[in-house]
Design a protein around this ligand. Structure first.
Ligand SMILES: [Ca+2]
Length: 281
């Protein structure tokens, strides 16, 4: 430590008194050369100011698309339900720990007291959707799903049509063009698949949350109205699809401005430090 090495015992010669006086002007950091107190204060003030100035930009967020009543606490308000012609059942507002029609045991809604859930006493295909306007922002879309497949298997033809001999026992979540048929799974209509049941999945699950970064999709379709669709088809046996806590949330911007401010403060501090060394020399 230079500051300690240059210090002589108290009460020494004029040279020692000068060294003591010099020491009183110096702070002694735990590394390297000492900083004069005045310079340290300047660096501290500049750093704090730069960081404070950088924070509003670093933590700023933009208005992302809004999903209304994403927790279904207002029932199915703001959502549209469509059932394929001839279907039994539909999407219901559900609360408690029993399914709306069959009375099968189901997990309670994970958010608030209500969820949306399909149930039926016969086969059918059911859609629940909400349109939103895409904005060019960094965002994630998340939702909680309950799968209650009371059959012994999943079956995933590339169709949501239950009224065919082909076995169909599946659920999926997509973002569609808002001009598409509500039951379409055509590649030209499905902009992004967010979830789909798979062979081998647990037949009955608790609520699981799925989160997808939709920033690229939003940027590519900024200004367009898109459709978030939850769909379930069953022609083997009862299938409950529970949905809750649907939301689009912002992704914080990288703190580039904060890093720039900190770098600027360090640069200014370094210049002040080198100037002070020249003055002391
Ligand atoms: Ca809820």
């Amino acid at each position: 430590m230079l500051a300690l090495k240059t210090c002589a015992p108290l009460g020494g010669s004029a040279f020692n008194k000068k060294a003591i006086a010099m020491r009183s002007r110096l702070a002694t950091p735990s590394w390297g050369e000492p900083f004069p107190m005045k310079t340290l204060a300047r660096i501290t003030v500049l750093t704090v100011a730069a960081v404070v100035l950088g924070l509003p930009t670093a933590s700023s967020v933009h208005a992302v698309p809004v999903i209304s009543n994403g927790g279904f606490e207002a029932g199915l308000t703001s959502w549209t339900t469509v059932d394929q012609l001839g279907s039994e059942g539909t999407f219901f507002s559900q609360s408690g720990s029993l399914s709306p029609v069959s009375g099968d045991p189901v997990p309670s809604p994970p958010e608030g007291t209500k969820a949306a859930m399909t149930d039926a006493q016969g086969p059918g295909s059911h859609v629940l959707y909400q349109d939103f306007v895409a904005t060019p922002d960094a965002a994630t879309l998340s939702f909680a799903l309950f799968i209650g497949n009371r059959a012994s298997q999943f079956a995933m033809p590339a169709s949501l049509d239950f009224s065919t001999p082909t076995l169909n026992q599946q659920a999926r979540v997509d973002i569609l063009k808002n001009t598409a048929d509500p039951f379409s799974v055509a590649a030209g209509d499905v902009l992004l698949n967010l979830y789909q049941t798979k062979v081998g999945d647990p037949l009955i699950s608790g609520y699981n949350t799925f989160t997808t970064d939709i920033s690229t999709l939003l940027a590519a379709h900024a200004g367009e109205t898109l459709r978030l669709r939850f769909a379930e088809a069953d022609n083997i046996f009862t299938f409950q699809l529970g949905v809750d806590n649907v939301r689009i949330g912002p992704i914080p911007e990288p703190p580039s401005t904060l890093l720039f401010a900190a770098a600027l403060a360090l640069l200014v501090g370094f210049r002040l430090w080198t100037r002070s060394r020249r003055e002391l020399a």
